[in-house]
Write a protein that binds this ligand. Structure first.
Ligand SMILES: CC(C)(COP(=O)(O)OP(=O)(O)OC[C@H]1O[C@@H](n2cnc3c(N)ncnc32)[C@H](O)[C@@H]1OP(=O)(O)O)[C@@H](O)C(=O)NCCC(=O)NCCS
Length: 366
């Protein structure tokens, strides 16, 4: 199903032909260059960029909500032993409904606070999970660091290089929202029945988990590792295409040219590679890009170069989709709140293509 308008929104907009994306009217490249993730959280939820005071109030709220609730902290060791990171996230968000201080309060103010808590807690869930599954001590959140820097701190137990934190922050900005993609649509459908925020976000995480949506950054990294060096890329891509296999991190349901987020990430991947002495990832991804464009006319999407960036920041491959989720938590929750504010149940039609007017045949005569 394509190009069907499922909702009106003031949150983000895409021009697929021109390769443009805007958050509340601001060009994504401009935001990637200048805005922090926290400013974007404020923007997508309040439809205006924050003043210093507004941003500082939001920062304080987010920092105070970073610590895991004891209920989740008790559950996490079991999840760390038994589930994948995305399954952990889906289960943890679902479980969060049990102890959110705003409980079943459905006022707009309570929904805003629930959204901010989810945005604040998701990075902690992911970092705690990774520490536990690798047999390391949990690192408590750092109250003086931004969301991106704090995430690297909790994952690696050392204060990150500010340039690394800035790169991660930019990726959060780029992943924060993307109009009516599969997971956002899922969240809005659930919200449109007037089900609760946690149910809507749990469903969204389930939709993001698939390799055709959020899982593509992990697949892109695995692909780059298989390719090994840029000289192998052309044969690898030709081979895959000949076998009718997907090249992950390419193609898009809406963009028919370069995804504007991929353009930013391509520069980040090159610059980061040069800075940390790992130019190989950029070389492999750009060689894959060259052949895929030439052979199939497909451009990179957000997930291709993001994979290289996350890898060089020391992020395990199977945490790449959860990181997409922690950033997209902003967009999902903003869309859920927008859906509640102007709700009508989403109930698409279907086109029936089966047989008609059949006569019931008793079971012994079939
Ligand atoms: C994103 C995606 C699901 C969009 O699918 P879509 O809208 O059906 O794609 P299109 O209609 O533009 O596909 C046109 C053709 O290109 C092919 N194609 C699209 N993306 C491809 C890819 N990444 N690798 C190989 N072939 C691809 C399609 O199979 C189709 O081929 P056909 O005409 O022979 O059937 C698809 O591009 C894809 O699977 N990409 C890989 C996964 C990925 O990176 N997802 C992240 C999205 S942000």
């Amino acid at each position: 199903m394509r190009e069907v308008v499922a909702a009106q929104t003031s949150i983000s907009d895409i021009d697929g032909g021109a390769g443009r994306l805007w958050y509340v009217g601001y060009d994504i490249a401009d935001l990637a260059r200048h805005a922090t993730f926290e400013e974007v959280v404020y923007l997508l939820h309040n439809l205006e960029l924050p003043t210093r005071d507004q941003l500082s109030e939001l920062d304080t709220f987010l920092v105070n909500e970073r610590v895991l609730h004891p209920f989740l902290a008790r559950m996490m060791p079991t999840l760390a032993q038994n589930t994948s990171p995305m399954s952990m996230l889906r289960t943890s968000v679902s479980a969060s409904s049990a102890f959110d201080p705003d409980g079943w309060d459905e006022s707009p103010e309570a929904e805003y606070r629930k959204a901010m808590r989810l945005i604040a807690e998701t990075p902690t869930m992911i970092a705690v999970f990774d520490r536990l599954r690798t047999g390391r001590e949990v690192v408590p959140p750092h109250p003086e660091l931004s969301a991106a820097a704090n995430f690297l701190w909790m994952l690696h137990e050392r204060e990150p290089d500010p340039d690394d934190a800035a790169v991660l922050d930019t990726t959060f900005v780029l992943y924060a929202d993307h109009t009516m993609n599969a997971s956002t649509f899922t969240a809005r459908v659930i919200a449109s029945t007037l089900s609760d925020m946690f149910s809507a976000i749990t469903g969204a995480i389930g939709a993001l988990k698939g390799p055709l949506h959020g899982g593509a950054n992990e697949e892109a990294q695995k692909m780059a590792e298989e390719v090994g060096k840029s000289e192998n890329a052309e044969a690898y891509v030709r081979d895959r295409l000949a076998r009718k296999e997907k090249i992950f991190g390419f193609g898009h349901a809406v963009y028919k040219t370069m995804d504007p987020r991929a353009a930013v990430l391509k520069d980040l991947c090159r610059e980061l590679g040069e800075r940390v002495g790992q130019p190989k990832w950029f070389e492999i991804f750009s060689a894959i890009e060259e052949t895929t464009l030439e052979q199939k006319g497909l451009y990179p999407n957000v997930d291709l170069y993001a994979a290289g960036v996350y890898h060089m920041l020391g992020i395990p491959t199977d945490l790449m989709t959860p990181i997409f989720a922690l950033a997209r938590m902003t967009g999902w929750t903003a869309h859920v709140r927008e859906q509640y504010a102007h709700n009508r149940i989403i109930r698409p039609g279907s086109e029936y293509i089966g047989p008609r007017d059949r006569t019931y045949v008793p079971i012994d005569e079939r």
